[in-house]
Design a protein around this ligand. Structure first.
Ligand SMILES: *[C@@H]1O[C@H](CO)[C@@H](O)[C@H](O)[C@H]1NC(C)=O
Ligand SMILES: *[C@@H]1O[C@H](CO)[C@@H](O)[C@H](O)[C@H]1NC(C)=O
Ligand SMILES: *[C@@H]1O[C@H](CO)[C@@H](O)[C@H](O)[C@H]1NC(C)=O
Ligand SMILES: *[C@@H]1O[C@H](CO)[C@@H](O)[C@H](O)[C@H]1NC(C)=O
Ligand SMILES: *[C@@H]1O[C@H](CO)[C@@H](O)[C@H](O)[C@H]1NC(C)=O
Ligand SMILES: *[C@@H]1O[C@H](CO)[C@@H](O)[C@H](O)[C@H]1NC(C)=O
Ligand SMILES: *[C@@H]1O[C@H](CO)[C@@H](O)[C@H](O)[C@H]1NC(C)=O
Ligand SMILES: CC(=O)N[C@H]1CO[C@H](CO)[C@@H](O)[C@@H]1O
Ligand SMILES: [Zn+2]
Ligand SMILES: [Zn+2]
Length: 624
């Protein structure tokens, strides 16, 4: 009875929502044959409705972080993101053809973070320039505008590489309005220059004038030899004022900056001050979520997820110059897979691939092989996830790491100062794990995606178990007293160091948590596949394929191994942790006890094993 009631109510709600979208789509779309198209002979749910095309249409990628071979695991929802860069290239080529048939403009935009995420971009063995080879494939896509991300600025060599090899290829369209690089030229002179270009002015195929920028958020942890100017200072620069002075048909603000809660309004307002009605199209990024907002009726700001799990779409119908009426915008978040791509381009599995697309796929696979990314360490028996399963618990990757993998691996090879007969308490930051580990083959590439951070294991000997237990609580800011004591000084410092490594995914997790709690009732009543369920600030439904949200479980910032239950609190243990937060450990220890005044020199090496080697060693022994 109860269920039935929910179901009916929801079916009604959904029915209404969908039918209004169909009406919307058909009003703008002169193609009414979408119902008859041949569906691929695979049991995959296609998107629900055609894209809404306008006079200007944009395909948007952001935060791809090297997922250029797509998500290849069989566990849900990974197949939804299985499209690789070759498939994407074919998709773009067909979309460009459709744009020509419709006689409208289409632009391809990327907003940064090409580095850090998979084996393809985390290490070109030997060269010292991450992502150099993978970028050669990215360059084969016909991007109209690209913006730099913070992950292009952590290592000086990477930034230099982008400047030398990426920037020239895009001929003025790789933009870094507020990010510079300093290097010595052949004559030994220091040159300070934008990594890409500061802005671009160009004319579209349909003759529309565009002024484009590439803005990075106020990023502070960039490498020595690079500079990031604050957005608030950038808009006061004379070059900026000159660049926005003339009125284009529309402004295209690409940038590695979240569309909500950041500095876009500063750029937007600076433009609006002199061009009150010019359309402003904003493409953002960085927080890895699907999001959209409109700063006014003649503007839209879209953020298109992460890791090639989302391709964004924005379209707008332009009106007369000088008009102040609201513009008709649309936006959509596509699941990047061949079903989606074939649906929207009206291609079959046989007609979809372009020669370029196929060659990109082949080339990327060959590169992965050359890098040894297919090297197999074992077969994972089941899925282990960071946030989809409760921690602690059997499905939790963090539980497996701290309770099984680490004790096993550190116990195997502990030839240094430490003494294996001494019990230990091991503490790591949960962000040490970057990505889930799914059932099936566990390769070098999976290791790099899941656990790339290279930290040493240190230990402070002779710590009372009772104190060790309080350390983890203090680090997590739990308990009345510890919260008061440690939140302000220690944890603020800690948050900064965590940010510096680019691991913080707080906004992304907030987003997952919000969708999981919001959609619980609907989830129960709907027979949908798992995936993202977006609720943004733009009108209508954004997701191209409706999904049931993934389960979400919070995890603490720091996790600790369980000490032997029989051990009394006054027994001493080795307090083991990764060197990345050694200062915080020392600081917390000194606040928790007065017997010893610790310094970072009291933290000695505990093992030869590095944090990024744990899974491979564990896999060799336990997953074979
Ligand atoms: C940066 O590149 C140079 C030139 O290839 C190389 O000598 C150097 O070791 C690299 N630095 C790092 C930190 O990889
Ligand atoms: C960036 O480079 C430009 C061009 O050389 C220079 O005028 C500007 O002052 C630099 N900006 C910063 C923040 O270093
Ligand atoms: C579609 O084409 C791809 C690439 O040619 C092929 O690998 C795949 O098996 C095909 N799928 C179906 C369902 O025919
Ligand atoms: C976790 O795994 C253990 C050992 O395989 C099993 O005994 C236990 O029931 C499992 N717990 C849950 C919640 O699945
Ligand atoms: C243990 O450490 C030694 C010395 O560093 C090394 O040669 C050996 O390969 C390590 N064993 C394992 C299983 O990692
Ligand atoms: C290891 O610890 C045990 C127990 O605390 C102690 O008896 C032994 O001497 C230690 N061995 C070394 C090599 O430190
Ligand atoms: C720990 O505490 C117990 C009970 O209070 C006491 O009997 C024991 O001697 C203490 N051990 C040490 C090493 O202080
Ligand atoms: C297109 C595609 O691969 N869709 C898959 C998305 O994930 C669900 C499971 O959540 C699968 O059932 C679909 O086949
Ligand atoms: Zn990113
Ligand atoms: Zn970023």
């Amino acid at each position: 009875m109860h269920l039935q009631h929910h179901f009916t109510r929801l079916a009604l709600l959904l029915g209404l929502a969908f039918s209004s979208h169909y009406a919307d789509a058909c009003a703008h779309d002169d193609n009414h044959d979408h119902a008859e198209r041949a569906t691929p002979s695979v049991p995959l749910p296609p998107p629900t409705r055609p894209l809404v095309w306008g006079d200007v249409n944009i395909i948007h990628t952001t935060d791809s972080h090297g997922w250029l071979l797509g998500h290849q695991k069989k566990s849900f929802p990974e197949p939804n993101y299985s499209g690789d860069l070759g498939d994407f290239s074919s998709f773009v080529a067909h979309m460009k053809d459709i744009a020509i048939q419709k006689d409208v403009d289409i632009l391809l935009v990327d907003t940064g973070d090409l580095h850090d995420g998979t084996g393809l971009v985390d290490g070109s063995p030997g060269s010292g320039f991450d992502a150099h080879d993978a970028n050669e494939f990215f360059k084969q896509l016909p991007y109209d505008v690209l913006a730099i991300g913070n992950h292009e600025l952590y290592k000086y060599n990477n930034t230099l590489n982008m400047h030398k090899y990426f920037t020239p290829h895009f001929q003025g369209r790789y933009l870094s309005s507020n990010a510079n690089l300093t290097y010595s030229d052949e004559g030994g002179q220091a040159v300070n220059t934008p990594v890409g270009d500061r802005f671009a002015k160009f004319t579209t195929r349909k003759g529309r004038k565009v002024t484009a920028l590439g803005v990075l958020f106020d990023f502070k942890d960039n490498a020595k030899g690079t500079t990031v100017q604050k957005v608030g200072d950038m808009v006061k620069e004379s070059w900026f004022k000159a660049a926005i002075k003339d009125e284009p048909d529309f402004f295209l603000l690409a940038g590695h900056m979240p569309v909500i809660g950041d500095k876009w309004p500063l750029v937007f307002n600076a433009i609006r001050a002199i061009h009150p009605h010019t359309p402003i199209l904003i493409l953002g990024g960085h927080t890895h979520i699907r999001d959209c907002t409109q700063l006014d009726g003649r503007s839209m700001a879209l953020e298109s997820g992460r890791y090639m799990e989302t391709v964004g779409w924005m379209s707008v119908n332009l009106d007369q110059r000088g008009s102040s009426a609201d513009l008709a915008f649309s936006r959509r978040y596509l699941d990047p897979n061949r079903v989606t791509y074939e649906y929207h381009t009206k291609q079959s599995n046989q007609t979809f691939d372009t020669p370029n697309g196929l060659s990109i796929t082949t080339g990327l696979k060959a590169l992965a092989k050359k890098y040894g990314l297919d090297r197999l360490f074992g077969n994972v028996p089941k899925d282990y996830t960071i946030n989809q399963a409760p921690y602690p618990g059997n499905g939790s990757l963090l539980s497996l790491f701290i309770e099984q993998a680490l004790p096993f691996v550190l116990g195997l090879n502990n030839t240094l100062t430490s003494n294996l007969t001494t019990p230990s308490v091991v503490i790591v930051n949960s962000e040490l794990q970057r990505f889930d580990i799914y059932a099936g083959p566990f390769t070098k590439d999976d290791q790099i995606s899941a656990s790339p951070f290279v930290d040493r294991f240190l230990h402070v000997p002779n710590v009372k178990l009772g104190i060790a237990k309080q350390v983890i609580r203090a680090l997590n800011g739990a308990g009345e007293n510890t919260k008061k004591l440690y939140r302000p000084q220690v944890l603020l410092e800690m948050e900064r160091t965590t940010n510096a490594r680019g691991e913080v995914n707080a906004a992304y997790r907030r987003w997952l948590k919000e969708m999981a709690s919001r959609d619980q009732v609907e989830a129960n009543a709907r027979d949908l596949t798992l995936g993202y369920v977006t609720k943004d600030s733009c009108p209508g439904i954004g997701d191209d394929t409706p999904h049931t949200p993934l389960p979400y479980h919070d995890v603490p910032e720091y996790i600790s191994s369980t000490p032997p239950p029989s051990l009394p609190d006054n027994a001493t243990v080795d307090l083991v942790f990764v060197d990345f937060f050694v200062k915080n450990i020392v600081s917390v220890l000194n606040q928790l006890q007065r017997e010893t005044i610790y310094t970072v020199d009291d933290a000695k090496l505990y093992s030869d094993v590095l944090s990024n080697e744990v899974w491979t060693i564990y896999a060799r022994h336990k997953w074979n």
